[in-house]
Design a protein around this ligand. Structure first.
Ligand code: PHE
Length: 340
């Protein structure tokens, strides 16, 4: 019996065949099981001999089955590995690669320039209070400049205070002057919000603020920093700039800065021709703003500037519509984005 069963096990060519052998030997009506049932009819002496012998037989059969099972499984795995081997000659499937958004690109570039000039990056909240966004910047209530900002107001809180979505990055000037001691040298890039929407305005847009406060700071320093940045940004040796007198409540004197450019076939060429393009607002920090932040205007002076990042990106890359910047259309990003 044992020989024939072991031979069956050895010849089993598949897990199913092996299972059939197991049932034939050890199943409820299996050959070994039936032998075991005979034990009851034996005399105690016979049983003493036949019992252990049968048990050992059962163990040997079970061991043989387990061994064969492992061998069959190993063979099956070998076969699968052989069949599923990678075909290295197949063409690779195209892999989508992300792109760097033009605004991120502009921000990365300018951060590098200003880092070289010793500026740190500062941040402030998108939801601002009236004090930081307006009052401390010398824009008191009922000041006409408040109307110019198309402000998004939040619902008044329990104290009747109405927070705003910051309309510019200038509140970061205030936060910096209140929290740190001069000399200060920061840029503050980030999101800003105004209730305005057309091809070149979106309710959310990006600005970068610059602020320097130190002793003996003057407009020549402002001009030098802007020249370094704008020349690097527009990739010219030395950008030609025009400072046009302007007005901001928080700077005095104030200026708007134009860069010299020409339009060729609808494309912007910087540093040539006799067109001028406005790129930012700036000025010397108004002494009233320094005072509001606890700084003595007789001891400290500062300059500040603010520019629209989206607008700068549009100019540099020849885009005419601002809205797709924020629509998340991958095709647009594939076209205008930058390889990482
Ligand atoms: N905050 C001004 C604006 O949003 C820009 C500005 C910043 C002007 C700093 C002067 C100094 O228009």
């Amino acid at each position: 019996l044992e020989h024939s069963l072991l031979a069956d096990i050895e010849q089993a060519a598949s897990p199913d065949a092996l299972e059939a052998v197991r049932v034939k030997a050890l199943g409820k009506k299996g050959l070994v099981t039936q032998e075991m049932k005979q034990l009851g009819a034996m005399t105690p002496e016979q049983r003493k001999e036949a019992g252990p012998a049968l048990n050992q037989l059962k163990t040997r059969i079970m061991d043989a089955i387990a061994l064969k099972k492992a061998a069959l499984e190993a063979a099956a795995l070998d076969q699968r590995l052989a069949q599923e081997r990678q075909d290295m000659t197949l063409p690779v499937s195209p892999r989508r690669q992300g792109r760097i958004h033009p605004i991120t690109q502009v921000l990365d570039e300018l951060s590098e320039v200003f880092a070289d000039l010793g500026f740190a990056v500062a941040e402030g909240p998108h939801i601002e209070d009236d004090f930081h966004n307006f009052t401390a910047l010398n824009i008191p209530e009922h000041h006409p400049a408040r109307q110019m900002h198309d402000t998004f107001y939040l619902r008044p809180d329990a104290n009747g205070e109405r927070k705003v979505l910051r309309t510019h990055t200038s509140p970061v000037q205030i936060r910096t002057m209140l929290n740190e001691k001069p000399p200060l040298r920061i840029i503050a890039p980030g999101r800003t919000f105004r209730s305005d929407s057309d091809a070149t305005h979106t309710p959310m847009f990006h600005q970068v603020e610059g602020l320097v406060v130190d002793r003996n700071t003057h407009m020549g320093h402002l001009k030098g920093c802007l020249e370094a940045w704008l020349s690097a940004f527009f990739e010219v040796d030395r950008v030609r700039m025009r400072f046009r007198p302007s007005y901001f409540p928080f700077t005095e004197p104030s200026a708007e800065v134009d860069i010299n450019c020409a339009w060729r076939d609808g494309a912007l060429v910087v540093g040539e021709g006799d067109d001028w393009l406005e790129v930012l607002g700036c000025g010397m920090v108004n002494p009233r703003v320094l005072s509001a932040c606890g700084l003595d205007p007789d001891e400290f002076q500062g300059f500040a500037f603010g520019a629209g990042l989206d607008r700068l990106a549009m100019l540099k890359y020849g885009m005419t519509d601002l809205r797709p910047f924020f629509e998340g259309d991958v095709r647009w990003l594939d076209h205008y984005g930058f390889a990482p």
